[in-house]
Write a protein that binds this ligand. Sequence first.
Ligand SMILES: [Zn+2]
Length: 162
Amino acid sequence: MDKNLTQEEKRLVEYAKEAIVKYNKIRHEKGNIDTLYSFIISDHGKIHDGGCFEPNIAHATVCGERHAIANMILQESNKAKIKSIVVADPVPEVQKHGTPPCGTCRHLIWTYGTPETTVILMQYIQGKDGWTFPKIEKYTAKDFYPLPYEPKEGLWDNWQPK
Ligand SMILES: [Zn+2]
């Protein structure tokens, strides 16, 4: 784990902190509670937001990471690549590790990023006077997905039993 953030990652983290407060305030006004958010900076330096979508049918749930990836694809086409992704999850108190992406999102981060795409786990805590961001960890897509699922096209073409 490398905690040194690049200038671009710092920009993304600062953006994320402001956006989390903004979105949480909207949610709280309507009686909702904090949720998991994700923010992407693309290879073109554009930032995309995502938030966990939890409807009343469990299987329709969309992870925050996937929401942010879908927004990147909408705005920049499927040629865009994830340079860095923040996963920000609320915690009651500081945890040893922030919430890592689920298996499906690890695959999608791999698919729409590169092995060097950075994955920044951010813990945040709601206090009486607002939100604090006590812990950040930085990994790479490869750290989370060392043996990716990559079906080989054409593997069975022209196959004959030997
Ligand atoms: Zn996920």
